[in-house]
Design a protein around this ligand. Structure first.
Ligand code: ACO
Length: 306
């Protein structure tokens, strides 16, 4: 059975952390942050847990999909609030979903792309009928707010898809990969803060984003000209522009939202898709290319026909 997106949802907590507020916390400036990253502000969860964020986004997506029975819950998070049980099991308890295959997946910023790959395959083979796929990230819980190299980059959010089976083929192709030898560029120990070599992550991202885009197009037998929207992971505007340049992409195909959210790790892509969907920007037949990279180092892309 072909998998398709039956509903989308997103949630940003109300608390804001602006560049001006960061100027009072570390030695930085609004000008430096905006010029080097493209970020102006981010949402911060405060007392809300990862599970709280996940619940809000999931409810939005389930409502839009007409509250189907879900037999799979997949949650992507690199900031879980418990070792176990999974966020997925506790989310199921909150939503009253029982007897589902529930698991969390730790792919960092690539995690949501990986989760829809797993859910889509499960639907295609018949082992799941309807999957709730969520990315929930509370990066503020693991960032050191005395480290100007990292604390300016990240925000909190959750996004969700309901994926069901039926109809024509929507997932045209996917490509998942990793460079595991370089994992120490970006990590957090249990209970510790994020450690990042920003320059190395930057070089990696600029290299692998075009690779993943090229591979997924090749697998689908499509050209970049046929793609309506490129929805890249939002880490740094300079990374997005550099990847776009390699494909000579016109600005109007490229979706950029990080000025108002910062990097929300794996929640980034479903939140953008949800916003575009609710604004009526996604039309049946539009090809959308989702592409992400993150800790691992992982990367991947999915080409989806709306
Ligand atoms: N304000 C002012 N100055 C700063 C700041 C800041 N917030 N941060 C760093 N600097 C200084 C540095 O100390 C350095 O000073 P020096 O030259 O005296 O040593 C100077 O600015 C330049 O530093 P660079 O690291 O070279 O700056 P760069 O232009 O590379 O930008 C950045 C840094 C924004 C981190 C960039 O490298 C980047 O975006 N990297 C990718 C990071 C990323 O995407 N991480 C998330 C991956 S996704 C996931 O899985 C979570």
């Amino acid at each position: 059975m072909n998998a398709y997106i039956a509903g989308t949802g997103s949630y940003f907590p109300p608390g804001l952390l602006t560049n001006q507020m960061l100027e009072n916390m570390v030695d930085t400036s609004d000008e430096w942050i905006y010029q080097r990253t493209g970020i102006r502000t981010r949402h911060i969860a405060g007392d809300m847990s990862v599970l709280d964020l996940a619940e809000q986004a999931a409810k939005n997506a389930l409502e839009q999909a007409g509250h189907p029975n879900c037999d799979m819950i997949a949650v992507s998070t690199c900031t879980p609030d418990m070792f176990y049980p999974s966020v997925a099991c506790r989310l199921g308890a909150r939503l009253g979903i029982d007897n589902a295959f529930c698991f969390d997946l730790s792919g960092a910023c690539t995690g949501f792309i990986q989760a829809i790959e797993v859910a889509g395959n499960a639907i295609q083979t018949g082992s799941a009928k309807t999957a709730l796929v969520v990315a929930a990230e509370k990066l503020s819980s693991g960032v050191d707010y005395t480290d100007r190299n990292t604390c300016i980059l990240f925000g909190d959010a959750a996004g969700a898809f309901v994926m069901s089976g039926g109809g024509s083929e929507h997932v045209k192709a996917s490509y998942m990969a990793s460079r595991n030898q370089d994992w120490a560029c970006l990590y957090a120990d249990i209970g510790g803060h994020m450690v990042m070599n920003g320059r190395d992550v930057y070089k990696f991202a600029v290299d692998v984003m075009p690779e993943a885009m090229g591979k997924v197009l090749e697998r689908a037998g499509k050209t970049i000209e046929q793609v309506r929207w490129i929805i890249p992971h939002q880490a740094n505007i300079r990374i997005i522009k550099a990847a776009a340049q390699r494909f000579n992409l016109p600005d109007e195909k490229l979706v950029v939202t990080l000025d108002k959210t910062g990097n929300t790790s794996s929640a980034t892509i479903p939140c953008i898709v949800d916003e575009m969907h609710r604004e009526g920007k996604l039309q049946p037949g539009d090809l959308i290319l989702l592409v992400a990279f993150g800790a691992g180092l992982t990367y991947g892309a999915v080409l989806y026909e709306w």
